[in-house]
Design a protein. Structure first.
Length: 385
């Protein structure tokens, strides 16, 4: 009798492909709450009439592909691979503090050796994240200058939307007691981050790929102890523009959801039942959140068609700080929607419960910043993605 097993004994891993569709080795094993890496089939049927009332005479599998639906808890390291798949562009950034600054440093200012990608206010201190080979000391921007000190132990990872229809692909691995399988050319179709009071910050990710294949040799899952995020570590902020988010007040939230939609399409060619390639199409963002109904401010955003910048952030202060000297920077994630349209609003009507309000929003391209969405992940990973 074949061995039976429960889902907890299965494992899923992925590796980033250098060339689309060329098998890559496993780089990370992802703890999951639920997942399926399954083959997907399409069938052509021969419904020719043979003098009988039976409809189908023959059939043939004409298309093979694979799909993966993965969900779990957002942790500070492996999530970077899924963010790369969702956004398309990854840039390692170094963290600095500044002193004796004249003028106002601005996001995306070009400096010697790199670019100021992001400014994040953590507690009461502004931290500056530079790409490239920027080193500490005197740094000059377009109309500002100052003395900057690199914060040791802090590794920043900056994700932005790649303006291309050929986003990064991965090889997905399926390990269980029955078989070792993999699917190349897997791309993110949808990626969602959600958070609910008294729970972990969660993710769900739908991926599509080429036909599943048997792996020639056994693979051994190896997991790392990443740091998880919970709702008690999370905040939501609204501001008129992205540069004002650092000083915006936090909103009392009960839940929050943000979904990236890539709208994948596959291409199949004559001569094979496997798909040939995958392409992301239009890039869209939508989401919603629930808050107490204590004023008409959020409702009026919708009525007046106001646009807002929105930040969802989470900081895990239950672990050791990354910067041992300063002790202020912890594993964290910052998700900035540069401009959202708040397009739905309802309030609850229960007679015996506190009244709450639910709002829906859509991410929109912000011409002033040249972006729709930016994500900064901060952790101890010095290797990157």
């Amino acid at each position: 009798m074949s061995e039976a097993y429960i889902g907890r004994r299965s494992a899923i891993g992925l590796g980033k492909e250098t060339t689309h569709g060329t098998k890559a080795a496993v780089e990370v094993w992802i703890p999951k709450e639920s997942w399926l890496l399954n083959p997907s089939f399409e069938e052509a049927q021969d419904t020719s009439g043979y003098g009988v009332i039976d409809e189908v005479y023959d059939s043939f599998t004409t298309k093979n592909s694979s799909s993966c639906n993965l969900s779990g808890i957002v942790r500070d390291n492996f999530i970077g691979y899924l963010l790369l798949g969702a956004m398309g562009t990854y840039t390692p950034v170094k963290c600095f503090t500044g002193a004796s600054i004249t003028g106002t440093p601005k996001r995306w200012d070009v400096v010697t050796g790199g670019i100021l990608k992001k400014i994040i206010k953590i507690w009461d201190v502004n931290y500056y994240f530079f790409s490239g080979t920027v080193s500490e000391g005197e740094i000059e921007g377009t109309d500002w200058s100052g003395t900057f000190t690199e914060v040791s132990g802090v590794n920043g990872h900056f994700f932005e939307r790649l303006n291309s229809n050929n986003h990064p692909s991965f090889t997905m691995y399926d390990d269980d007691p029955i078989a070792w399988s993999y699917a190349p050319y897997c791309m993110v179709n949808t990626f969602e981050i959600s958070c609910e009071v008294a729970d972990y910050v969660k993710f769900s990710c739908e991926m599509m790929g080429k036909q599943m294949q048997d792996n020639e040799t056994a693979v051994t899952p190896v997991y790392t102890d990443d740091n998880a995020f919970t709702a008690s570590m999370a905040w939501v902020r609204f501001a008129d523009t992205e540069d004002l988010l650092n000083n915006a007040g936090t909103q009392c939230m009960q839940n929050f959801r943000l979904t990236i939609n890539k709208n994948l399409t596959d291409v199949q060619c004559f001569g094979s039942t496997d798909i040939d390639s995958l392409h992301n199409q239009q890039f869209t963002i939508d989401g919603d959140f629930e808050a107490l109904y204590t004023s008409t401010t959020l409702r009026d955003y919708v009525i007046n068609s106001q646009k807002k910048a929105v930040r969802f952030s989470a900081i895990n202060t239950n672990v050791e700080p990354l910067d041992w000297e300063g002790g202020e920077v912890y594993p964290s994630i910052y998700i900035d929607c540069m401009k959202v349209g708040l397009n739905e609003w309802t309030k609850t009507d229960s007679l015996n419960e506190v009244i709450k309000q639910t709002m829906g929003f859509s991410g929109q391209y912000d011409n002033a910043t040249g972006a729709t969405l930016e994500i900064l992940l901060i952790n101890g990973n010095s290797t990157g993605y």
